[in-house]
Write a protein that binds this ligand. Structure first.
Ligand SMILES: NC(=O)c1ccc[n+]([C@@H]2O[C@H](COP(=O)([O-])OP(=O)(O)OC[C@H]3O[C@@H](n4cnc5c(N)ncnc54)[C@H](OP(=O)(O)O)[C@@H]3O)[C@@H](O)[C@H]2O)c1
Length: 271
């Protein structure tokens, strides 16, 4: 948090990710007076005002002028208009952090010459403080800027530094990743229901099993393969299920799905 002491942060776009970051910054003890946000939607502006008691505007430039750190949290398709509008008021004394999928450092630096820029790929569990974010520093970014980005995204989960060439892959793995978890849970819930379990029981059983499995994986440091072997005994129930997953090539399909996400990230990239 010391990296953020005395800094003023402005969010451009206060939707799902913007609000997650505001919540994380306030939880870290940042004064609401040092935080502000702009959003095109009047409903979002009302929500943010009542939820966080920070200054909110529909004027992106007003927010950038009163901030040293400007976080761009609008959708990628809004970037050309938003960055074009902000460029005249951004200087080398600002730090610009972009969280948009597919907007490259090259694209940002061309439109914001000399302005320090950091690109981050966060994910949705940041809204509950359990996010995973990868960040990469632009040409003009200094070590102090790294510390600022680490403090902001460290406040809503884990953050790592990663070369930009891996951003399509990390977008496929952790950016889109929460949706794979929800997909799996949905299929698991449907299967539990087909076995006759009441839906409330199925939901708790699945969520606690999933969370427990993940904690075990993380804390034991043991590979997923080894842990599978510990659950599945020869001729038992788990082996019967795993056989079906192997016969249906589920692992290969997961690989195909992630490659499709990375390919789409490359196609959508603005460089
Ligand atoms: N959600 C995720 O899981 C996720 C994961 C990784 C990265 N990201 C990135 O995070 C960014 C934000 O995503 P999000 O899910 O938070 O989107 P979101 O919930 O749609 O929030 C974006 C907000 O920006 C507002 N906006 C639109 N045009 C604007 C403008 N010209 N000036 C100011 N505000 C404007 C939108 O208002 P309107 O609704 O009225 O347009 C909306 O309230 C995206 O670039 C996305 O790629 C998201």
């Amino acid at each position: 948090m010391s990296a953020l002491r005395g800094r003023r942060i402005g969010l451009i776009g206060a939707g799902k990710m913007g609000q997650a970051l505001i919540k994380g910054l306030l939880a870290q003890g940042m004064s609401p007076k040092r935080l502000s946000a702009s959003d095109a939607s009047a409903a979002i502006r009302r929500t943010v005002t009542s939820r966080f008691r920070i200054s909110v505007s529909e004027e992106n430039r007003a927010i950038a002028r009163r901030s040293d750190i400007v976080i761009l949290a609008v959708k990628p398709q809004q970037f050309a208009e938003v960055v074009g509008g902000l460029a005249p008021v951004l200087s080398r004394d600002h730090l610009v952090i972009s969280i948009a999928a597919g907007i490259t450092l090259r694209w940002l630096q061309r439109r914001l010459p000399g302005v320090p820029v950091v690109r981050v790929m966060p994910n949705l569990p940041a809204t509950v403080g359990c996010g995973f974010a990868a960040m990469t520093l632009g040409r003009a970014a200094r070590p102090a800027h790294r510390k600022i980005a680490q403090a902001i995204f460290g406040g809503v989960g884990e953050v790592i530094e990663l070369p930009e060439r891996h951003f399509d892959a990390i977008t496929a793995v952790s950016g889109s990743g929460p949706a794979y978890v929800f997909f799996l849970v949905r299929a698991w819930e449907q299967a539990a229901k087909s076995l006759g379990l009441p839906s409330a029981v199925a939901r708790r059983a699945i969520l606690v099993t999933l969370a427990g499995g993940l904690v075990l994986l993380d804390e034991s440091g043991v590979s997923a393969e080894e842990l599978i072997a510990r659950v599945a005994s020869k001729g038992g129930t788990t082996e019967a299920a795993l056989k079906v997953l192997a016969q249906r090539h589920v692992a290969a399909h997961v690989g195909e799905a992630l490659r499709a996400a990375a390919r789409r990230s490359r196609q959508l990239a603005w460089s």
